[in-house]
Design a protein around this ligand. Structure first.
Ligand code: FES
Length: 172
């Protein structure tokens, strides 16, 4: 999704906020709808919600950070989701997550600076027999291990660096 100007962001947010204010909705559904609309919670959107709903921005930030369903950076072109449901967690999901953090040099909830990869943890995705499971883009990677992480990312990283060097050439 392209980055929105402050005016565009406000125009997108106003109808959502007006409706929720009319319905006196609690904060979480508002944040969920804003995240659905933008794919994440832009910082400016939280300030806008604070102003509009007349709630302190720190309260909004506190609620948003309390739930790990919310993210504060845009999704990467290749979203990576590590299942941390019980079966996956028991079979080493945490180690896979840590290996991905090391390999991508980001923390869970973040996106790489080139916006190629974002890393998130998710609850059970319903294929526990394949645990531990990681979803990269549309592809399910069953019985994932820290050793398979590099291999799983190699092709995508190569594609990304080819894409980046092409766009650098165009700019140069
Ligand atoms: S716990 Fe991971 S797929 Fe069910």
């Amino acid at each position: 999704m392209k980055t929105l100007s402050p005016k565009e962001l406000t125009d997108e947010l106003r109808p959502i906020l007006t409706r929720h204010k009319r319905e006196r909705a609690p904060l979480v559904p508002i944040l969920q709808e804003v995240q659905e609309r933008f794919g994440y919670l832009p910082r400016e959107s939280m300030l806008e919600i604070a102003n509009f709903m007349q709630i302190a921005a720190s309260t909004i930030y506190g609620v948003a950070t309390f739930y790990n369903q919310f993210r504060f950076t845009p999704m990467g072109r290749h979203p990576i989701k590590v299942c941390m449901g019980t079966a996956c967690h028991m079979r080493g999901g945490r180690l896979v997550l840590e290996a991905l953090e090391r390999e991508l040099e980001i923390k869970v909830g973040d996106t790489t600076p080139d916006e190629e990869f974002s890393l998130d943890r998710v609850a059970c995705i319903g294929c526990c027999v394949l645990a531990p499971v990681t979803v990269i883009g549309e592809d399910i990677h069953p019985k994932m291990t820290p050793f398979k992480v590099e291999e799983a990312l190699t092709g995508l990283k190569e594609k990304a660096s080819q894409g980046n060097s092409k766009s650098n050439k165009k700019e140069g």
